[in-house]
Design a protein around this ligand. Sequence first.
Ligand code: ADP
Ligand code: MG
Length: 347
Amino acid sequence: MYLSRLLRLTSNDIAIDLGTVNTVVYMRGKGIVLNEPSVVAIETTNGVRRVKAVGSEAKLMLGKTPGHIQAIRPLRDGVIADIDVAEQMIKHFIDKAHGGSSRLTRHPEMVICVPSGSTSVERRAIRDAATNAGASKVWLIEEPMAAAIGAGLPVTQPIGAMVVDIGGGTTEVAILSMHGLAYSTSVRVGGDKMDDAIAATVRRRYNLVIGEATAERIKHELASALPPIKGEAATIRVRGRHLSAGMPKEIVISQSEIAEAISDSVGQIVAAVRTALENTAPELAADIVDRGIVLTGGGALLKRMDEALSLSTGLPVAVADDPLLCVAKGAGRTLEEPEYKGVLTEA
Ligand code: ADP
Ligand code: MG
């Protein structure tokens, strides 16, 4: 009894938002202790694979690695695409979050966020990875639930609340009430698709090949969920490699071209939200008319995304505070406040 209490006090229980683009770690009593890109650089020499870098350091290598090094995003499409690499990444982040202290001296409980649509095979893979990384016990929480708690929505009460979490690989749309998901859907559209669409447009219109990082930068600086008002469109200079000349080149692209490029992705997110609303029980729908929709995830920061959703649903739409951190904060809160234990499932 005494020993287990002591272990609990010295073990730093953690919650992990294992996102397709970013991994965020919350530690009980400390808050957010790590926030890094979900990227691993792997070096292969004589057929042996070795982790060269993880996180921010590995992201800098995306698209710039020589032949024998590969920068991988193991969770790219919202599921674990490469389980070995994902496990190494989780271990690395957990060690780093604990300040590098030995894995043997602590036995943290871990709360891990899983996409609402994930299969039991995927959940088992995540649990095994966490156990191998030293977890004494693994709890799972559905991502939209964590996002809603992190955004401060009343998920423990009999009040309908709606959250839309726009990540890199997926967008999760959910309606929550009384510790549970009354409706949830996950669509494979998010920031990555927008980046791809921007790169495709630049290539088609200007014969210019650009990398993932450049496409993402264009999106952050210029992309908008709604077309710009005529005469007010900004432009941006973009560098890449010209397709036919094969030489580096710079072009100028306008905000309207970028808005058009991502309009398909935006449309799919809007459609998923409308479908959710059409499938909501009337009493919950009435609450949502009152309280509106809350946006979380990095995609919530896309310019005028809230406005696009509001226009197509007629509902008030708000972007949560720190949308990129909502899921980790919400999962972390379940470690701090017993009130939220009911939203966790044992892995
Ligand atoms: P995940 O949970 O899948 O890891 P995140 O919630 O961390 O995803 O969001 C990452 C996505 O948000 C990326 O596609 C990133 O480009 C996008 N993003 C971040 N900031 C902005 C911004 N200001 N405008 C548009 N998209 C953004
Ligand atoms: Mg996420």
